[in-house]
Design a protein around this ligand. Sequence first.
Ligand SMILES: *Cc1c(COP(=O)(O)O)cnc(C)c1O
Length: 354
Amino acid sequence: MIPIARPMIETEEKEAVLAVLDSGMLAQGEWVASFEKAFAKYIGVKHAVAASSGTAALHLAMLAHGIGPGDEVITSPFTFIATANAVLYTGARPVFVDIEPDTFDIDPNQVEESITQRTKAILPVHLFGHPVEMDAIMEIAERHGLTVIEDAAQAHGAEYHGQKVGSFGTGVFSFYPTKNMTTGEGGMLTTDDDFLAGKLRLLRDHGMPRRYVHEVLGYNFRMTNIAAAIGLAQLSKLDGFNSARIGNATYLTERIHKVITPTVRPGVKHVFHQYTVRVPSGRDDAVEKLREAGVGVGIYYPIPIHQQSLYRGLGYHERFPAAEQAASEVLSLPVHPALTQEDLNRIVEVVEAL
Ligand SMILES: *Cc1c(COP(=O)(O)O)cnc(C)c1O
C-alpha cells in the first residue's frame, strides 16, 4: 500500500533526540527556545511560541486575544474539527462562512455579511496548504477592527504574494506526524506583537511569569525538548520537503485527467499538505477501488463541521452548499516527500483506470 502520509524521520532527528535524552533536560528548555527562534526566523516574524499541539496553540491564540463568552469568530466549516473547537473552548461561538469551490478555502466575499456586533476575529484556514486570499481578509479585518488568527496547521512555508502564511495575523501551526513537518505532537504560534507573545507564554505555562507566582488562569500547553529537537531537524529540511510535495503534485496534475485536480491560484505558493481532487460522482466507489489497488486515500473531510452532531446539538442549522458538496466529492491522494517515481506512476495508472 502506498501510504497517504509518512513522516520523514532520519539520522538527524534520531541524533537530536538522543542528545536531549543524554542531557536529562526533557521538558521545555533550551531546545524549545532554539526551535522557537529558528521558526520565527523562517516565517519572518519577531516571535514564535511553541505549544504541545496545534489544537493547544489555537486555544492559546483565542485566549491571548481575549476571545470568550459572547464573542463570535468567523471561520470555515470545511476544516479539521480543532479549528472550530478552539473557539468553543473559550465559550465563544464559531460563525461559519462557506468556501470557494476551487481552493476549498474560506470565501472572503462572504465574510463581511457575517460580521455582527459580537464578531471579534476572523480565523481563516490555509486548507491543504493553499493560502487563503489574505489581502481580502486583512482589508475586511482592518475596516471592522477585527483580529486575524491564521490556522496554518497545514501550510508550513506556504506563501501569499511572497509572504509566508502565519505572518499576516497571529499564526498557528501543527506538527502532527502527517503535517509538512513534525515533532510527534506539537504546535507553534507566530506573531510580531511583543505583548501578545508575552501573554501566550504566560498562558502556556500556568500563568506563571516567575516560579510559583501565578497571575492569570494558565494551562500546561508546553512543548518538550524532545519534540523541539525533532522540530529543529525537520525545519532545516522543510523547504526540501515542500519542494518534493510541489514536484509530486505537478507530476500528478500533468497526468491525471479522470478527476478534477487541485487549483493553485496565481501569486500563491501552495505547499500541498494534501493533494485533494474532486470526483463529482461515485467518490466512495473511487476510494474503494484506489485502496484495493494499493493506493492510500484520505477523505478530508467527509462531514463539514456544521453537520457534526456536536454542532447540530449546539443549534447549527444553516447550510453551506459549497462545503457540503466538497465533503461529498473530495478525496486526497498521496503527495508526501517519501513517494518514489514508481509510486507516482502507480497512482496515475490507478486513477486513470477509475
Ligand atoms: C492538524 C490540524 C489542527 C490541529 O493540530 P494538532 O497538532 O493535531 O492538534 C488544527 N487545524 C487544522 C486545519 C489541522 O489540520
